[in-house]
Structure formats: C-alpha cells, structure tokens
Design a protein around this ligand. Structure first.
Ligand SMILES: [Zn+2]
Length: 447
C-alpha cells in the first residue's frame, strides 16, 4: 500500500521537493563470504585428543581463530549416554553362530556386535578384531569378510565367556582423555564449535543401521544436553567414510556433515580427492585438506593461497598434536601455520565449520532489496531458511553516491559507523546485516 500511495502525483510532488532521487535503486549485493573476504577457512579437529585442547586452543585463542572440534562423546568424562550394542541379546547371536554361518544378511548384526565387544567390552577373544578390516573386506571380498566374522564368533564360543551389554571396560577419563564437558563449554564460550564424532568412533560401514543410529543419535543427545542446540549442527562420521549405505542414515539427521557436501550449489573436494579444486564451475567449492605428519609447511600454506585466489572454502582436518593422536604435527608447525592464517585475515574469513556452511546457504537462499531516497538508503535482506537455525548475519555491499564519505548504519538497535571504500571509480559500503530483521538504513553521515 505504501508503494502505491507514493506513486500518486500528489505524494510524488511532495517527496520530489526534498528528495529528487526517491526510490532510486541502490546497487546492493551479498558478498560471497563474510565481511567481503575473498575466501573462507575452517579449522577442524577430530577425536578430542588432549593436546588439541592443551596446545591448540591457547594458540587459536591468542590469534582469535575459532576451531571446530569433532568429539567422541563416550570418551568424555561425565557423559550420560554410554556405548551400547543395539539388537538381540549378545549370547543369542553368539550361540546362533554355531549352526548359522555368516551371510550377507546377518553379517552387519554380527560385525556390529563384535565391534562392540572388541572396543567397549574389550573382549580378550577379539584382540585384533577390526571393524575397519571387516568393512574393507565386505567391499572388496565378501567371502573374506564372512570368514573373518565366523572366525571371531568361533573364538567367542570356544572361550565360553559370557557377554552382555553393560558397563564398559574400555578406559574413560584416564590420562589419555582428561577433557571434560566443563572444559568444552568453556571453549564454546571462547567461540569454538563442538561437533558430533559419534559415541565410540566405530567404522560405520561395518555396522547395521540400528547401531549407526545409536552412535550418532546418542552422541547428539549428549551434546544437546551438555552444550545446547547450537552444537548439534555438524557431524563427521569417523574415518572420513564415504559409504553409500551410511550416507542417508547420517546426512538425513544433521544439517552439515564433513563426510559429504550435500548442497547443489557447492562442489566438494574432500580429503582423499586429488582433483584440482580451481577447475570447478560451481559457485562454491569446499576443499578439504588433512595435513599429516609428513606434510610440508609450504604445501599447507599453498592451500591458503589457492583458496584466497579462487574464493574457495578451505576446510582443514587436523588430528594429532605433539605426539598424541593420529598423524601428529608439532606445536611449532601448528603455531607457524596459525600465524600464516592470521596474517591473511584481510582476505580470509576464519569461521567455524558450521558458520562457513551457514553463510553460504543463507546467501544462496537470500533476497536483497535496496532503494535510495536522498541521503538515506533502505536495505532489506531476507532468506528462506529456518531463522532459528540460520542466524548468521550476512555481509552486504552497497554502492553509495560519490560525495558520501561516511555512513551511519542502523538496523533496529544496531547502529554503526561504516567507512566508504572506493573501487573501480565507485564508492561502496560493506557492512554486516541481519537477514529477516527490520529494514536497515544507510545514511550519509558527514560532509
Ligand atoms: Zn576420528
């Protein structure tokens, strides 16, 4: 109605006296990454090994770099949701194996149970049993997989030991895993993301659906109760798996997985992908790199340089630090790399994994309108996603008249002074704006 009213001749005349350029479009776009940065980088850490907290968190905090920590919830002291095998009684399955050989129909129930007994109950008969090995055999040589499972079950039958789902025997809260939920809440308050890496870190391609669900949903519930809903956004199914049977079970339950890029507008070049990410024709590229102990500092730095040059979202996957964890890097290597990342902040948005994913989705699903009336530009940004979850501000870039030298930004109670940047003969302001909020105004603020 307002738009129609001002289009009448009387209203137009009144407005025209003071604002001859009323309603003129003010070119505005949402920048590809936050704050108009060329690229985005997310530093992620798997397995919650203790040096990630003792060594990396202080190094990150000194440089104001947020990280994302995929934690194995069952390994954290004080967790309520404990490892379990979901299914028929363990002894029924063991007894049945005396007369029913392992087949492709029952192998997942059996390997789920064996994995549980081996890793949680620490069954001595299953020393050397590896769900990863069974999973690999299932893919390449199914008869070898059934033979491995049959042999493991035979050992359990021969020992005569009795097993049940109950108190875990694997160590928790000893010197290897002294991180607590209080610690993690403190890290979250410093800006870090805590994310789901399952209850016990199983190799999910060797688990049946009920046990995959248990592992990810119980971990999710633990994180929800301990950390709050913000930290239930991201998940990494252990071992960076890319299994077509596991994918829908995991990806349907979480907003963001690090195993799979599920957005149509984004192409994923995941950890073991050797293709050149700069060849992608997609608007967004997520490029994952996982430095190993032998990875050179020069190569790690080149990932940052390439990402900046091509607008890429670089997702780094760190594991061990200073001798603890998988493929550890030294403290010095981490420190030098964080310095390099921080030194490139003028071109690089350093964001949690969650925020990198949220920003790209909000931007792709957003609409922006902007019009200028004299010395005031009114801007609205909306997106079509759930605003309770997708709550990140976006960065807008608006062209302003050449004579403006300073802008007063206002969106509700948020009032800021924004400098002008000049680029290609035009004047611009770059500012963060909350989507789906009140209309924002940009006002000429100095002569
Ligand atoms: Zn892991």
């Amino acid at each position: 109605m307002f738009a129609r009213a001002v289009s009448t001749p009387v209203a137009f005349t009144l407005l025209a006296l003071s604002t001859p350029v009323w309603g003129q479009e003010a070119h505005t776009e949402i920048t590809k990454w936050q704050d108009g940065k060329a690229a985005c980088i997310s530093l992620t850490y798997d397995d919650a090994t203790i040096n990630q907290f003792r060594i990396d968190i202080p190094l990150l905090n000194e440089r104001h770099i947020p990280g994302t920590f995929f934690v194995i919830t069952g390994d954290i002291q004080g967790s309520k949701y404990q490892p379990a095998f979901v299914g028929r009684p363990v002894m029924d399955i063991i007894r049945e194996s005396a007369t029913v050989p392992t087949t492709k129909e029952n192998i997942l129930e059996r390997s789920s149970m064996l994995n549980y007994l081996a890793t949680v109950q620490m069954a001595p008969e299953l020393k050397g049993f590896s769900a990863q090995r069974v999973g690999g055999q299932m893919r390449r040589d199914p008869s070898a997989a059934t033979a491995t499972v049959d042999a493991a079950l035979a050992k359990l039958r021969e020992s005569g030991a009795s097993y049940t789902v109950g108190r875990r025997k694997s160590p928790v809260g000893d010197s290897r895993w002294p991180v607590t939920w209080d610690d993690l809440r403190r890290y979250a308050a410093q800006g870090h993301e805590i994310a789901n890496h399952s209850v016990t870190h199983p190799f999910m391609p060797a688990l049946n659906e009920a046990n995959i669900e248990y592992e990810i949903e119980e971990a999710n519930q633990e994180i929800l109760e301990q950390m709050g809903p913000k930290h239930t956004f991201s998940i990494e199914a252990p071992y960076g798996i890319d299994d077509p049977r596991v994918k829908p079970v995991v990806a349907s339950r979480f907003a963001l997985t690090r195993n799979w890029v599920t957005d149509d507008f984004m192409e994923g070049f995941l950890r073991d992908d050797r293709r050149d990410p700069t060849t992608s024709t997609r608007e967004y590229v997520q490029w994952q790199r996982g430095p190993l102990s032998r990875t050179s500092p020069e190569l790690m730095k080149s990932w940052v340089d390439t990402s900046i040059a091509h607008g890429i979202w670089l997702v780094l996957v760190f594991h061990g630090v200073e001798g603890i964890g998988y493929e550890p890097l030294s403290t010095d290597a981490h420190r030098a790399y964080y310095d390099y990342v921080a030194d490139h902040q003028s071109h690089l948005w350093i964001a949690t994994f969650q925020d990198g994913g949220k920003y790209a989705r909000e931007r792709v699903n957003s609409k922006v309108t902007a019009s200028r009336s004299g010395d005031v530009i009114t801007v609205t940004v909306t997106h079509s996603l759930d605003p309770k979850v997708y709550d990140l501000p976006l960065t807008a870039r608006t062209q302003v008249p050449a004579e403006w030298t300073l802008v007063r930004f206002r969106e509700g109670d948020d009032v800021r002074w924004v400098p002008i940047t000049r680029d290609g003969g035009n004047s611009w302001v770059i500012y963060r704006i909350m989507p789906n909020g009140k209309a924002a105004t940009l006002e000429k603020a100095a002569n």
